[in-house]
Structure formats: structure tokens, C-alpha cells
Design a protein around this ligand. Structure first.
Ligand SMILES: [Zn+2]
Length: 396
């Protein structure tokens, strides 16, 4: 142990407050997290998607954790992910504070850390005004705590590998993020000239949207009669993870330039949106067409933001027909459709409709929607969308 380490330990212990994140005002770089180290307890953020901004010991076995956004203004989505260990087994009390927002994601703990199949369980918590409190039983083994299941950039790469092993498709790189991470896309194309576009993870903490995108995509790419037939008529382009820097940094919402990507589909100032825009334009130049787009997000409830059927786009009733089919096939799920038209906001859905004159939907899953239900909805949503699109393209 060298003197620098001793000095910093002493300082930390004396001040009992540690800032875990230091970031530049302009571009966020990687590896901004450090350790919140106390006498008996360590909060660690040295892993992808980790986030914990300030830690403070406020009493015996009591710790105040504070979350801060990457920059302001920002939508309310305070993400956290950290591991915690103790010098000995004991219970600690956590008071979770948020600056620049309010607590949104309910705490979860990862169990079965030895097995590859990770499993997250809810932790009981209470709210005292703006503060969320919960207890943790800790020991020398690090315990992983997060606001939702952690899905890292590596998890996407592992998924691409598994998909490739299962069927014929290509994984291509559309461009690079601010911090030079690849923006990857799954492509399944045969002789069709029209494309279904699927987008995900513009907003890193919106995990239930990601949990829906996986089965939705797998259903489109499946070796079923319907999906095989669909792919003779439509090519599929899936960009599951548009904001890999935000995912790595554990950002609330923005990319590494501090920009909300889902407000940049008009200005195209960010490399992530530019990469997709250029690829779609290239397809159109080659004589192909964009037929439909779905963009996955999370919010407080399950809802589909759609374009109004009065909007001047192809097949004005298409989305309504799809969502009515979904509603009929899932009696236990109430499909809520909310049409909207925001020409100047820079939202992906609007960009698709205004640029390619076709429908696009923002597919939102609730933060607390049952995970098995998310899968069932996504599977049925993909099947009913394929059915609707096939009926459209085969209509006389
Ligand atoms: Zn979102």
C-alpha cells in the first residue's frame, strides 16, 4: 500500500463524502467512475453501466447515496448500478437521493452471480418524500444493486453472436458513437426491396424497452412459416443499441455529448443519428423503401405513441390495424394507443413519417411491467405486425 493510497483513504474517511463521478462539461469520457470507500463498506462502480455519483456515511451503518444527471436539462430517469461489499456481514441502510430529478427505478439485487444466467430480484423499499430508502445485507462478496436489470454493450455482442449461430443474418457497423463505439445493426435481407426498421436503447436506462426488443426481433428472425414468408416480402434492419456510450457510462438519457438522441432526428448533429440516417438514405438511393419503423423505450406505463391516422403517410390505418390485432390476441393486455404529431421535436417516429411518408411507432413498456408479460407482448406484437404488413403488401 503506497502513501498516495493511504492519504486518499484518510481523506475519504475524514470527509466521509466521496464524489464518484467527475466529468467534463463537454464530452464525457469513459472510466469516470471510482470507488466510494468507507471503513466497513465499499461501494464500487468499476464495471460497465455502473453509476453512483456521490456517497456519504450519515450514521452507523447508514449511507446516503446521491444520483446526478450527466448534464441538464434532462428528462427524469436517474439510473444507478453499483456493487457493495462489507468488511464483515452486516445490514446497511441506504438513503437514495437524486439531484436534478426524482427517484424512478425501484432497487433490484442480482442473485445467482456464479451462474451465467443472471437473475434480478426486487428489494423492498420505502419512500420518504423524495428519498428512497432500503436495507441491504452485505458481506465480503460484492453484491450487485441496480435500478433495473443491467444490459451492457457486451450483452448485445453476445446476443448478436447467438443470433448468428441460429440463422443467416449479417451484423454490420453503421457508424461510430462519440466515443468511437460501433453502432451495430442486424440485417436480414433476401430479394425484398422494402424494409422494416427496429431501433432501441436511445435512452440507456430504459431497460424494459430493451427487454421487449430482444423477443420482438427474435420473432421477426425466427424460423417459423410466417416469419419466413414475411422475410420474402420485407428486409429487416434492427439497431438494438443506438447509444453505446450512454450505456457504458450509465447515463440517465444522453449520449457522450450530453444530447438526447431522440431529439436529434431533425438536426442530425450527433454521430449516432447521422449513422442511421445515412444508411436509410443509402437504401432509398438504391431503389429500396422504408416500410415501417418501431422504436423501443420505457416509461411509467405500457403505451404506443403513434402517428395520427389523418397524417399524410402511406396506408394511414396500418398502425391502428396492427394494434387492434394485438389487442384482440392479448385479452389480458390493454393496448393503449396515443397518436401525436410533433414536427419540430426531432423524435425518431416523426422523422420516419416525415422523411419516408410511412408509419412509425414509439413502443413503450412500463418500468415495472412483468418481465414475462413483456416477452409475450413483444412476441405477439411482432407476429401481428408481420401479419398486418403482409396483408398490406399483398392487397390487390
Ligand atoms: Zn425513451
Amino acid at each position: 500500500m503506497n502513501n498516495t493510497f493511504l492519504l486518499s483513504t484518510l481523506l475519504i474517511t475524514t470527509l466521509s463524502i466521496v464524489g464518484c463521478q467527475h466529468y467534463a462539461k463537454s464530452t464525457q469520457k469513459d472510466a469516470v467512475s471510482s470507488t466510494c470507500h468507507f471503513n466497513d463498506v465499499n461501494f464500487d462502480t468499476q464495471f460497465p453501466a455502473a453509476r453512483l455519483d456521490k456517497c456519504e456515511q450519515t450514521g452507523k451503518n447508514r449511507y446516503k447515496l446521491t444520483l446526478q444527471p450527466e448534464n441538464m436539462p434532462i428528462n427524469d430517469s436517474p439510473w444507478y448500478a453499483f456493487s457493495v461489499s462489507g468488511k464483515f456481514s452486516h445490514t446497511i441502510h441506504i438513503d437514495m437521493h437524486v439531484e436534478g430529478g426524482s427517484n424512478r427505478y425501484h432497487p433490484k439485487i442480482r442473485v445467482d452471480q456464479e451462474s451465467k444466467q443472471s437473475n434480478w430480484q426486487k428489494i423492498p423499499f420505502k419512500r420518504h418524500g423524495e428519498v428512497m430508502t432500503f436495507d441491504l445485507d452485505i458481506n465480503q462478496q460484492p453484491t450487485l444493486i441496480a435500478g433495473q436489470e443491467i444490459i451492457t454493450n457486451d450483452d448485445y455482442d453476445n446476443w448478436y453472436t447467438a443470433l448468428k449461430n441460429n440463422g443467416q443474418l449479417d451484423i454490420i457497423t453503421l457508424g461510430q458513437s462519440v466515443n468511437k463505439r460501433p453502432i451495430k445493426a442486424i440485417i436480414q435481407r433476401h430479394n425484398a426491396k422494402q424494409w422494416l426498421v427496429v431501433l432501441g436503447r436511445q435512452h440507456p436506462p430504459e431497460i424494459t424497452g430493451a427487454l421487449a426488443l430482444f423477443p420482438f426481433t427474435e420473432t421477426l428472425l425466427a424460423d417459423t412459416p410466417q416469419a419466413r414468408h414475411f422475410r420474402t416480402q420485407y428486409n429487416v434492419l434492427v439497431i438494438p443499441n443506438l447509444n453505446p456510450d450512454g450505456v457504458q457510462l450509465g447515463n440517465w438519457r444522453h449520449n457522450a455529448n450530453g444530447v438526447d438522441l431522440n431529439r436529434d432526428w431533425k438536426a442530425f448533429k450527433q454521430p449516432e443519428t447521422q449513422a442511421v440516417h445515412q444508411y436509410l438514405n443509402q437504401l432509398v438511393k438504391e431503389g429500396h423503401s422504408i416500410a415501417y419503423a418501431v422504436d423501443f423505450h420505457s416509461t411509467r406505463k405500457d403505451i404506443f405513441y403513434t402517428m395520427p391516422h389523418t397524417y399524410p403517410i402511406k396506408n394511414p390505418m396500418l398502425t391502428t390495424q396492427w394494434l387492434e390485432q394485438l389487442d384482440q390476441q392479448m385479452p389480458s393486455f390493454q393496448v393503449i394507443q396515443k397518436p401525436g404529431n410533433n414536427p419540430n421535436k426531432g423524435v425518431f417516429k416523426q422523422y420516419i413519417s416525415d422523411t419516408y411518408r410511412v408509419h412509425a411507432v414509439t413502443y413503450e413498456m412500463g418500468d415495472n411491467t412483468n418481465r414475462e408479460k413483456i416477452k409475450t407482448i413483444a412476441h405477439t406484437a411482432a407476429n401481428t405486425l408481420m401479419n398486418t404488413l403482409l396483408q398490406t403488401s399483398e392487397a390487390p
